[in-house]
Design a binder for this molecule. Sequence first.
Ligand code: ATP
Length: 198
Amino acid sequence: RALRIGLTGGIGSGKSTVAGLLRARGAHIVDTDAIAHRLTAPGGRAIAAIAAAFGPEFIGANGAMDRARMRERVFADPAERQRLEAILHPLIAEDTEAEAAAAPPGAPVVFDVPLLVEAGRRWRERVDRILVVDCTPATQIARVVARNGWTPEAVERVIAQQATREQRRAVADAVILNEGTDLDPLARAVDHVWKSWL
Ligand code: ATP
């Protein structure tokens, strides 16, 4: 069976950049965020179940889940969050497996999972190796301010909700430190991991 890698890291750490470098080396990338988003987009497979469980008012006029309304509903209520996750997680598992199955024979599969560590055992059990992209909060903030135009405080709030660097390191099989503003050292670090795992 081809190697299955879980790729994770905090906001702005450089996951997508690393995924691109791995793709260039022959990996098949499964973007789990895109898949989750598609499930709650107009016509998405989760829409009917969400309407049934939470009420039709959680589906907007365009047929997509009303994200703002749902965020408000689940934000301070773990039971409601669990109810939503009970709908989404099995569908995400199915769709990510379907995309993994579409990999060329023998190609390593890289699951890009921003919240892999936060998800507990759920993702860890599905991959052979965990690759963590790591950098300091200051670098995360600088990148996301530059990329998304957010305020530093908004980035800090997201960082505070995510796993810590230490929590990610604790489950990592390899850590790539991505502090710089240069792609060359990052590409070399990716090569190093790639060669040692294949
Ligand atoms: P998010 O979780 O927020 O989607 P991410 O972890 O996928 O973020 P990227 O989108 O890969 O992070 O990187 C964040 C920003 O920083 C991007 O604009 C990217 O181009 C830039 N960046 C990341 N690493 C480097 C690097 N080594 N050299 C130059 N730019 C970088």
